[in-house]
Design a protein around this ligand. Structure first.
Ligand SMILES: Cc1cc2nc3c(=O)[nH]c(=O)nc-3n(C[C@H](O)[C@H](O)[C@H](O)COP(=O)(O)OP(=O)(O)OC[C@H]3O[C@@H](n4cnc5c(N)ncnc54)[C@H](O)[C@@H]3O)c2cc1C
Length: 293
């Protein structure tokens, strides 16, 4: 199929892009890597009058360490994150999760800003950002605004972005060298969005109990969800089969999955419980200095 007619704009800078958005925002769509938007245009599920292609806007593709965060420009490709030694060292959770995004071809084109702005509750990067309590930097003609994942992701494919705003960069907190992290996912086929995915980071105190836990789940609620109650349950406890089981039961109580073509709500709930145990165990073994294959 072919897209409906649109006017094509290609800003060469962030300033030009937000200027176009302030003028045409209500009738416009930002185009980044096009891996999600182009199919939507071709199927005419999206028919913007203006397409603002920021793909060649300068200064929006970077991965850098700033204070306690890894700051990633919106136009940075998934593949660049996957290959980055800095990401591997400072935020191994992100390196592990990015390999689950589609196929290599998709990761060569898709961008981190596109993945976050698209707001798919099954997408990997929103789940990681939610687990780490990272930040989304939004820009418009008036300047910048920083929002939390909780404020940003509103429901299925809907974010707090206003028509005149775009995602400028994403800030992922750097993990402590002593922490262990794990990203686990079950998808029906290689490259598919996950049915359930869990991101976990744990830190252990000297006596071996959990001193800090960060946990989020994707694919089961309308937005990626931080499992705060489960985190609080775990802190101060030793990693035992019993506590993993308690974490699993509490997770299953906290989520509200729906049935769809890919799986029933009951299946997703059961799977979520299993995946939380799996993520926590892997992260804990890594925090203890072991390797998980
Ligand atoms: C076969 C297939 C499998 C896939 N599997 C996965 C998967 O397993 N996991 C996963 O996470 N993704 C998956 N994807 C989606 C892929 O990761 C996309 O790259 C991503 O969703 C969007 O990134 P993009 O740069 O291509 O954005 P685009 O397609 O260009 O844009 C997507 C949406 O975000 C908006 N947008 C883009 N950039 C910005 C910005 N900077 N500011 C504001 N709005 C913006 C656009 O207007 C559009 O609404 C898959 C895609 C395909 C085709």
């Amino acid at each position: 199929m072919k897209p409906a007619k649109f006017n094509y704009l290609r800003p060469s800078s962030l300033e030009e892009a937000v200027h176009y958005l302030s003028e045409y925002g209500e009738d416009a769509k930002i185009l980044s890597g096009g891996q999600s938007l182009i199919p939507l245009l071709n199927m005419r599920l999206s028919t913007p009058k203006y397409l603002i292609d920021i793909g060649r806007a300068e200064g929006l593709s970077y991965i850098q360490e700033e204070g306690e965060s890894l700051v990633i420009g919106a136009l940075t490709k998934h593949r660049e994150i996957e290959k980055s030694e800095l990401v591997k060292k400072k935020c191994p959770l992100l390196s592990e999760a990015i390999r689950w995004v589609g196929h290599e071809q998709i990761r060569n084109r898709g961008t981190v800003g596109g993945s976050i702005a698209h707001g798919d509750p099954s997408a990997e990067l929103p789940c990681v950002l939610t687990a780490l309590r990272g930040e989304v930097v939004i820009a418009d003609v008036n300047g910048e605004e920083i929002v939390s994942p909780e404020e940003f992701f509103l429901t299925y494919m809907l974010t707090s972005l206003q028509p005149d705003q775009l995602v400028k960069e994403i800030r992922f907190p750097i993990l402590k060298p002593t922490s262990g992290s794990a990203f686990v996912e079950v998808a029906r086929r290689h490259g598919d969005f996950g049915l359930v995915e869990v991101a976990a980071v744990v830190d252990l105190s000297e006596n071996g109990s959990f001193s800090e836990v960060k946990l989020a789940i994707g694919g089961v609620n309308s937005v990626p969800t931080a499992l705060g109650d489960v985190e609080r349950l775990l802190v101060g406890k030793e990693p035992t089969e019993e506590i993993y089981k308690d974490a699993s039961v509490l997770t299953m109580e906290m989520i509200e999955p729906e049935s769809d073509l890919h799986g029933t709500a009951e299946y997703r709930r059961e799977l979520s419980g299993t995946m939380v145990i799996r993520a926590l165990k892997q992260a804990t073994i890594r925090a203890q200095g072991g390797r998980v294959m």
